[in-house]
Every structure is written in structure tokens, then in C-alpha cells.
Design a protein around this ligand. Structure first.
Ligand code: ZN
Length: 627
């Protein structure tokens, strides 16, 4: 008994800690939107049931009013005018918007449990001071009336994009900011990106009858709206052509000639929609997976869009098998926006592309359903967790779809992009807030490429099987939540038995670079002493390949001592662990030096070594060119 009670207490605390440490807020949105396609303005009502699962009492709440970014003088405008390398899609375009082209969201009234709430708006953020604080565990109801104007499409959302899509409706409604263990996130909309509260959305959209709507969520009244939602077969080319003639995005239509589109989306953290009178709507079914919906405007790119479903089905099947089951029954690939942007249960992409580019952007965005859609990391703070992970997996899926094999591994282009950035002196740590990088190019290369390198090097450190099992475990444990970098680290440590804090800390929080070299290879009696040196500040374990004059070779794995373990060795031989403070480390081989042809650090280029010239030693001082 003396032993049992403390033991039980420890077990009790341990089993609870997982639940107590993590909490997340919950929202239930109900919105009714009336869209005027003549003025591009909308009016809406929003009922938001907000549940405070935090241990804190909330005295105020914040809403994002993203459309306000598209006004001359907005933070997004000024940022774009001042940054050295502006996004060409934005450039100075916001500064030139006319009053009927700007975006805005205005709040006509805001009530909390029936009582008016004091609120004010600065830029893209509304702040409401609550007369009735929200206690831990309490649910409160906000009722809002708002009206807005859809901006001319500049970045992501807006009307009349470059490819003629009428409405790309993303970041379009008053959206409550997330409150998590870090506190509030009332991040002004400057460029990138998003963090939202998990919950359920119900949206009723009244819009001119001639428009076809694509959206997050499940359509509740398919038979009423028609447009292919009630049947899965696509229209024939001749049907489309005859329909296309005589069709115009008519301004003469009566405003009363509207129809209601009713969508429900359970457990998502955002809601988007898009609409155009000329959308073709095609569907395809993934076996044991979602039904896919494709919306595009028939034009020169139609042939590629007709081939897209087949690739998308294969990509979903691959993802379900290798990275966890997509948890919704629907996914939409929608022509719209200005490139590609991920949203819950769908994406908006531009459509005038070659087949491979169209498939590439679709694959990238659908993989975001895993990395950010379901594993909803804060995109502003950890863009590498969504863009890096997505880029990494995209390379693998594209190789699979097009039956190609990138050498020496699918991530090699990301390695090269990262190394160029690291050598440029423009690099900032991956932990930099996505909007706070000095250069857009540095932000993009860090999030996408250094993020992809992060995962490929993780394979190098812990081994491929541990990595794959860890990715599935990460999905399983953190789906429908907000994982942080440390949550991912702990899972990979549990899966591999390898301590990884050094890797996460250095790769994410610093710009230290990897450079290992071979200092010397010398014979001593019947042995050979190989001395490795660490020339860069970033530490890594080493795979060292020794090629013998006989033609055979042997790879040695040199773990870091602080890893407290090593990856599964396979054919490799384990060398003494390297205590990282030692600038050099030696391996003694029981082989005379004249039997050694060459020695190479990491010949598979699995480590982003910024200087590979010193990675190779050849006998007779023959030096191979670094690659
Ligand atoms: Zn992306």
C-alpha cells in the first residue's frame, strides 16, 4: 500500500495531464447572407455560439474583418508598397482601388446574449468589450448584423479575378479570432496567413439564380439548386457550348430572382465559397474517400481540367493510405483566387495552366487538408508546419502520380533553394512570424523549402519507418486540434526513441547552417583513422560511406551523443556517438589505409550541407568535385 498510493497518484496525474494541458475554444456559426451581384455588396446576419474552454475569463473578443485590407492605406497596402520584393499580385494595386472596387466589412450591430456590445474597428480587427465576461467553461451567443463590399480580386479573395471568375469568397465574413494557450491572436491581415477556431458552420446564401456556388461544407438542398449537385454526371461539350452562347453575367436580372444555397460544415475552422454563372461542375468519387467536386469555366484550359479528376482521385487515395484518412465526405477543386489557397474541404486555384501545373497546384492544396485543414497549426507563427509539410508530401505525391523518381530524393530542389537562401545572408529563422520576414522571398523559401528540408532531414536522423509511423501518429493524435512544433517533436521522439530537441531548436529557431568535412584519413599500423570535423554551427549525425579498393563499401552511422539513441541501422555500422562540443570526431577502422579508395560524408545528400566540397576524401589526394 505504501508504494501503491503514490504510484496510483502518478498514474492518475499522467493520464489526466494530456487532457488538462490541451484545450481549445469552440464556435458554432450560423450565417445568412444576401448577395447583390450588381453592386457586389452583401448583407448578413451571424449568430455565433462561442464556448470558452480555456481556464481564463475573457473580457473582450476580437473579430477579423479581412476585407478591410483591400483599401488604400491599409496595413496590407502600406506593407506591399514598402517591402523590397512585393508580391506581384498585390504590388501597388490596393493603393489604386476606387470606392466601388475596395473591400469592406461594417458591423451594424453586435449583441452578446441579447445585450448590445461596445465595439470598435481598427483596420482588419474589430475589438468588442464585453459587458458580460465569458467565464471558463461558459457559452455565450453573439448576434451580428453586417454588410460588406467584395473587393476587386487582389489577393486570394475578391470579385472578377484575372481568369474571369465572378466571386472568390475567402476571408469574407466577420470571423472571431482564436484564443489559445498563447492568448489572443488578433493578427492584422498584412499578407499571410490564418489561424481559426474549430467549430460548426451553417451558411445560407441568397444569390442570383444564374450563379453556381461552390463552398466548404455539405449542400443541404441539392435538388432545389440543381447545377449538377443533384446528379454526378458532367455535361457534354455540346451542352456546355450551347449553354455558353447567349449567356452573360447579366446585370439586367431582377434582384428578386434569387435562390438559397444552404451549406453545413462540421468541425472546420473556416468557411469559403465561390460563385460564377459559367462554372462547369464535375464530380468524381474516391473509393473509401470523399466525393470530389470540380468547378471551372470552360475555355482553353478545359482539356486539362477534364483530366484533373483522375489525378486527384489517385492523390487522395495515396494520402489516405500514407498520411491518415481524410475525415470529410467532400472536397472541391474550384477555379478562383490568384494561385492556390487551401481552405477546409476545398481549394481555390487558378486554372489556366499546363496539365502538370494544374495537377501540381491541386495536389499541393489538397495535401493542405492534412497540414492545416485538419492538423490546424497556426499558419502565421509556424508557416513551415503547413507549407513545409505540404511541400514535402507534394513532391512525393507528384513523383508517384507522374511515375517519376527525383534523384537522389524528391526534396532535392528544396535543398538547393534552402542552401541558396542560407548562403545569401537574407535568411531569417523559421520561427519568424510569417508577416514579419524582411523579404517575401525569404519567407517563402523558409516556409516551403526549409520546412520541406526539415522533414527530409528528420528521415535522415530517425529513419524512414519511424518517420512514416510518426506522421500517421501525429495525424491521429492531433487531427481537429492546433498542434505546436513541440507536439510534433514529442511524437517523433516517442516513435524513434531519439531525443530531438537539439534538431528542432537549431533548425527552427536559428539560421545556423550545416557543414561537415573530412579532416584527414591516415594509416596507423594496420588501421585507418578518419577524422571528421564540424565546420558549421548546426549539429547533425553523420552517415559516412567508406569505399574500399576492392569495390565494396560500408556506411558508418555516427549519432550525436545527445540523441541518446540512433536510427535503425540496416546495413550500416554504428560508430561512437559524437559529443557535439568536440570540433572533431574520429573513427578507427580495422583496415589498412591502402585498402581505402575514398570516404564521403552523406553521399545521398540527405543533409543540407552548405559546403559539400569538404565532404569527400579520395586516396592519392584525388578530390572529387563537390555537388
Ligand atoms: Zn501551400
Amino acid at each position: 500500500m505504501r508504494y501503491l498510493i503514490p504510484l496510483l497518484m502518478i498514474m492518475f496525474q499522467t493520464s489526466l495531464s494530456g487532457q488538462i494541458c490541451y484545450w481549445q475554444q469552440h464556435v458554432d456559426y450560423q450565417m445568412e447572407i444576401d448577395m447583390d451581384v450588381d453592386t457586389h455588396q452583401l448583407t448578413g446576419t451571424q449568430t455565433l455560439e462561442y464556448t470558452n474552454n480555456s481556464p481564463d475569463t475573457l473580457y473582450r473578443v476580437f473579430y477579423h474583418l479581412y476585407f478591410n485590407a483591400f483599401q488604400p492605406g491599409s496595413m496590407m497596402d502600406i506593407r506591399s508598397l514598402n517591402i523590397e520584393d512585393p508580391d506581384s499580385r498585390v504590388a501597388d494595386r490596393i493603393s489604386k482601388l476606387q470606392p466601388d472596387e475596395i473591400g469592406f466589412l461594417k458591423i451594424n450591430s453586435l449583441l452578446q446574449d441579447g445585450i448590445e456590445v461596445e465595439h470598435f474597428t481598427t483596420g482588419t480587427i474589430l475589438e468588442a468589450k464585453l459587458s458580460k465576461p465569458i467565464l471558463p467553461g461558459a457559452t455565450t451567443s453573439f448576434d451580428m448584423e453586417f454588410h460588406g463590399q467584395v473587393p476587386l480580386q487582389i489577393r486570394r479573395s475578391g470579385r472578377d479575378n484575372a481568369e474571369g471568375v465572378s466571386y472568390s469568397m475567402t476571408q469574407w465574413y466577420p470571423k472571431i479570432a482564436e484564443y489559445d494557450y498563447m492568448g489572443w491572436h488578433p493578427t492584422p491581415y498584412v499578407g499571410r496567413e490564418f489561424h481559426g477556431v474549430w467549430g460548426d458552420y451553417e451558411v445560407k446564401l441568397h444569390i442570383d439564380k444564374s450563379y453556381i456556388v461552390a463552398a466548404t461544407g455539405y449542400l443541404q438542398n441539392a435538388e432545389e439548386v440543381g447545377h449538377g449537385y443533384d446528379k454526378s454526371k458532367s455535361k457534354s461539350k455540346s451542352e456546355r457550348e450551347s449553354e455558353g452562347k447567349g449567356k452573360s453575367k447579366s446585370k439586367s436580372k431582377s434582384r428578386k430572382d434569387k435562390i438559397t444555397w444552404h451549406f453545413k460544415a462540421p468541425m472546420v475552422h473556416d468557411f469559403m465559397w465561390a460563385a460564377d454563372p459559367d462554372y462547369q461542375h464535375v464530380t468524381a468519387q474516391v473509393t473509401n474517400g470523399p466525393k470530389l467536386h470540380f468547378f471551372y469555366i470552360a475555355d482553353s484550359a478545359t482539356d486539362n481540367w477534364e483530366k484533373l479528376p483522375e489525378y486527384t482521385v489517385k492523390a487522395f487515395a495515396y494520402m489516405n493510405e500514407n498520411y491518415g484518412q481524410y475525415p470529410y465526405q467532400k472536397y472541391s477543386v474550384i477555379q478562383g483566387g490568384d494561385g492556390g489557397m487551401e481552405y477546409p474541404m476545398g481549394t481555390l486555384i487558378t486554372g489556366h495552366r499546363s496539365l502538370k501545373s494544374l495537377v501540381g497546384v491541386t495536389v499541393h492544396e489538397l495535401i493542405h487538408s492534412w497540414y492545416q485543414g485538419v492538423l490546424a497549426n497556426n499558419e502565421s507563427l509556424y508557416p513551415w508546419m503547413d507549407e513545409g509539410f505540404t511541400s514535402f508530401v507534394s513532391e512525393e505525391v507528384m513523383d508517384y502520380l507522374f511515375e517519376e523518381r527525383s534523384e537522389p530524393h524528391p526534396q532535392i530542389n528544396h535543398f538547393n533553394a534552402y542552401i541558396n537562401l542560407a548562403r545569401s545572408n537574407k535568411e531569417e529563422p523559421l520561427s519568424t512570424h510569417a508577416d514579419h520576414f524582411n523579404l517575401n522571398a525569404a519567407a517563402v523559401t523558409a516556409a516551403y523549402s526549409k520546412g520541406a528540408v526539415f522533414l527530409r532531414q528528420l528521415i535522415y536522423i530517425i529513419g524512414e519507418n519511424n518517420f512514416k509511423a510518426g506522421m500517421l501518429r501525429y495525424f491521429d493524435q492531433w487531427k481537429f486540434k492546433h498542434p505546436q512544433p513541440n507536439d510534433f517533436k514529442r511524437i517523433m521522439e516517442k516513435e524513434s526513441g531519439i531525443i530531438l530537441s537539439w534538431y528542432f531548436e537549431q533548425w527552427i529557431n536559428t539560421t545556423k547552417t550545416i557543414d561537415y568535412g573530412i579532416q584527414s584519413v591516415e594509416g596507423q599500423d594496420n588501421q585507418t583513422v578518419i577524422v571528421l570535423e564540424r565546420d558549421g554551427d548546426m549539429v547533425m549525425p553523420i552517415d559516412l560511406q567508406v569505399n574500399y579498393t576492392s569495390g565494396s563499401s560500408q556506411t558508418f552511422n555516427v549519432p550525436l551523443r545527445m540523441m541518446r539513441n540512433h536510427k535503425p541501422l540496416g546495413d550500416m555500422k554504428l560508430a561512437d556517438p559524437w559529443p557535439w562540443t568536440y570540433p572533431t570526431h574520429q573513427l578507427v577502422l580495422d583496415i589498412p589505409s591502402d585498402q581505402i579508395e575514398s570516404v564521403e560524408i552523406d553521399p545521398g545528400k540527405q543533409m543540407a550541407d552548405v559546403n559539400r566540397d569538404n565532404n569527400y576524401y579520395g586516396s592519392h589526394n584525388k578530390k572529387k568535385q563537390g555537388g
